[in-house]
Ligand binder design. Structure first.
Ligand SMILES: CC(C)(COP(=O)(O)OP(=O)(O)OC[C@H]1O[C@@H](n2cnc3c(N)ncnc32)[C@H](O)[C@@H]1OP(=O)(O)O)[C@@H](O)C(=O)NCCC(=O)NCCS
Length: 190
């Protein structure tokens, strides 16, 4: 295992090229993501900015630069889904099993709890034993499996959805706290 100090911070649009360096091999060489064409840095910048309007987008930074990232995105567009998100995580393949994914997901959950988000859903190409084990370890459970719903690199791929319940579903629920409010509070507390 490589030794390193990891700092988890909010990502910024200017991180786009470094995040793409992490993401690119998964697009080009695997079916871990169903994206087939590597997005441009401009497109990636726009995605980061768009996510951060509503949810956390985090980067893991070490002496070696950015080694992983994780974010949450709306699960579905309709308002009643506001308490549910889709979680996504990518760690540089050179840096697996070093605790980076764990550090990213712990921090992601801290932000999402502070937002009063209740349901975390992860979509994982099947098979992906590393990711399934990682998510199980974080308390996600199997929720659904869809058959051959993506075609990439000459093969059809199933996906599994895993879910984690992050908080109690009270009636009525606490309102979702906008990400910009949390960022303002964080900056005020500095
Ligand atoms: C799934 C993924 C995010 C995990 O990231 P990671 O940085 O390797 O995760 P961690 O290092 O925190 O944990 C992985 C394992 O290493 C172990 N580990 C972590 N830190 C450790 C440490 N300091 N000492 C010993 N073991 C450690 C963890 O317990 C875990 O063990 P497990 O797999 O038996 O549960 C990573 O494999 C990845 O990016 N995969 C490709 C992308 C992907 O599949 N994303 C999910 C789709 S949304």
């Amino acid at each position: 295992m490589k030794s390193h100090d990891i700092n988890i911070r909010l990502a910024a649009a200017d991180d786009a090229e470094e995040l793409l360096r992490v993401y690119r091999p998964y697009v080009e060489e695997t079916a871990v993501t169903f994206e087939i064409t590597v997005p441009t840095a401009e497109e990636f910048r726009a995605r980061i900015e768009n996510i951060l309007k509503k949810h956390p987008y985090l980067a893991a930074v070490s002496d070696h630069g950015i080694t992983g990232y994780a974010y949450a995105a709306p699960f579905k567009g309709r308002e009643a889904y506001d308490w549910a998100v889709e979680t996504t995580i990518y760690v540089d393949r050179e840096w697996h099993d070093c605790g980076i994914g764990t550090a990213l997901y712990q921090e992601l959950e801290r932000w999402l709890s502070a937002q009063n988000i209740l349901n975390l859903n992860a979509c994982i190409t099947y098979p992906n034993p590393d990711s399934i084990r990682f998510h199980r370890g974080f308390g996600y459970r199997d929720a659904a499996r869809f058959t051959k719903c993506g075609y990439k690199l000459g093969a059809w791929h199933d996906v599994v959805w895993m879910e984690k319940i992050l908080g109690r579903h009270k009636n009525p629920p606490k309102p979702v706290v906008p990400m910009e409010d949390l960022i303002r509070q964080m900056n005020a507390g500095r």
